[in-house]
Design a protein around this ligand. Sequence first.
Ligand code: PMP
Length: 437
Amino acid sequence: SSSKPDISRAKSAELYEKAKTYFPGGVNSPVRAFKSVYGTPLFISKGDGCTIWDADDNQFIDFCGSWGPLILGHNHPKVREKVVSVMQNGMSFGAPTALENELAELIIKNNSFVEKIRFTSSGTEAVMSAIRLARGFTGRNKIIKFEGCYHGHTDSLLVKAGSGLVTFGETSSAGIPPAFANETLVLPLNDLNALKEAFASFKEDIAAVIIEGIPANNGLLIQDKEYIHALREICTENKALLIFDEVITGFRLGFEGAAAYYDVVPDLVTYGKIIGGGLPVGMFGGKAEIMGMISPDGGVYQGGTLSGNPVAMAAGIAQLTELSKSGFYKDLNKKAEEFCESLQRFASARNYQFKVFNVGSIFWFAFSDNPAIKTAAEIDPASMEKYKVLHRELLNRGIYFGPSGYEVGFVSSAHTKIDLEKAKRAIFDSLDIVFRK
Ligand code: PMP
């Protein structure tokens, strides 16, 4: 096969020129700018099921899914109808509504890791609040995070982080006072000794260890169960809280996320993305004793004008109701696994330096021979040049992946067998081109 001609991006380019006069880099979140892949960012005009359309009317099978929230695909009728019906009664009150109870019940009743929760408007806010709560609860200051894990853009966590930071080659943000960064200890993943040493050095100072349920912002770095269990034990021994950031994995791997996958009980968890059905929602929660420290019950302040917004709650309720139907995750995960397995079979048969990492309906392509990448350091930045070629070839064949080789892809329940077959053929042809170069 040969390279496909480039799709037209004329309308997107026009919109992008205008956007650049309004927004830094022309975007409201950095990775969207297509800086590490080919061409102008595509301006999306419509989504339905697993399909999206751009401003030039190009059509794509989408594996980004708004970076994770759209587990049912775009514009799911149940979600849309619930949102539209709730909107008839107004958009925001800044007062409690029954809808918050309804979504909370769907989350708490289906999940053994949270007794009490608080809704926020983003994953960043959820994590920021969980960190403050851990510090308030323990009376300690330091936190441990892992190299490559991304937890949103709160100051103390923008140190050696994944997502847009690793994509653009600067893993720690400017604008963070050293005094803040000093309270964050960054360790490599999958390294028990590093963890032990950190606790030996800073024993009484460590408020919490935060880890992504399954690190998925710097490639998909699936950790060993033994390591996660050892991490749990070390936290307990040292009276530090273990925070599972499940903004991606929560309600993605199953109703109980990565905590259930590893069979480990975190002290606090954060969710986002899926629980909001595509609207801005985050959440942190955990044991009632710890959550009791949150204002107005306790002294750790946290709040938000649009927290628990009725329209956003409606989307979450409709989405989680669909997910709670029997067999939902089994079917979705099986479909995703089969998809990933056949991609791997193709690449292996041709001896391509290409590994497909997969857990549940999350997947990631590594241009590597290592079948068990577990740390950020094991990813060769030079391999991203191959992703750039792949990404362009796939767009030209009607397949949309996130514009960064460090980011994961998602299969949704809206991807049919036919869609996945079509995507597979496009990926096969594109890989042939990547490896011919
Ligand atoms: N934590 C994790 C694990 C994430 O993947 C993200 C976003 N990708 C966040 C936190 C931040 O969420 P948000 O972008 O909604 O602020």
